[in-house]
Design a protein around this ligand. Sequence first.
Ligand SMILES: [Zn+2]
Length: 256
Amino acid sequence: MKVLEDIYTVSDAEETVNSVFITSEKGTIVIDTMRAPADGELLQAHISSQTAKPVYLTINSHHHPDHTFGNSAFSAPIVSTETTRDLMEERLPAIWSKVTGDTQKLPLPNITFRGELKIHLRDKTIRMIEVGGHAPGTCVIYIPERKAIFTSDLVFVGRFPFMGDANLTEWIEALRLLESLDIEHVLPGHGKPSGPDAIVSQREWLERFSGRIRELMQDDGDTDSVLDRLVHEFDIPDFRHAMLRDMLPIFASENI
Ligand SMILES: [Zn+2]
């Protein structure tokens, strides 16, 4: 889907996860590569159908497999935060073997940064800002001249977020930072492209959710009964229950 003249968002067939690509005079920049090598190839084919400019840079916004396992479809250098690369190296090889049977290696980022990295193009700047929150090392990609941002998985539009590697305090802070930027187009890691309201509602939801976790854990402390209450109050889908049960004691001990 063409969001702006030079910014596109792409979903896999089941609309589970989004990638973005940005065209420029230098070539095309891809942000996140989807769930599997085959998805990455479909993404590459789609990009070629939309622009003659070859991909010259790939960005991994964070280490999760649904954003990085299509890396093998791209030969351009990959950029990520230092932490994202470390986590990919540490956590992904076992999952990668299962998904691909190790027919090839998972391509890791070649260029890493901490804090912020900017790419200066003739008509726009690509700002990669490390914010963490959803997973350690997560970065968002902001294009100020277009008032557009790829929020990575800091924003899930219309879905219950994955929080298995999250720090909710950092996540809320990161969303506050995004709220201070001049933004009209929000491109989330999951769900439909939206306006800046999506950032505010995700932050307000996370504040309610994490506040409720701390309240319930303090009152009760038993993770199973707290989980039951949360499932009821927040309409949490079955496939997220185990993740949340594991994270409850961690979220309850965060200092907000
Ligand atoms: Zn993620």
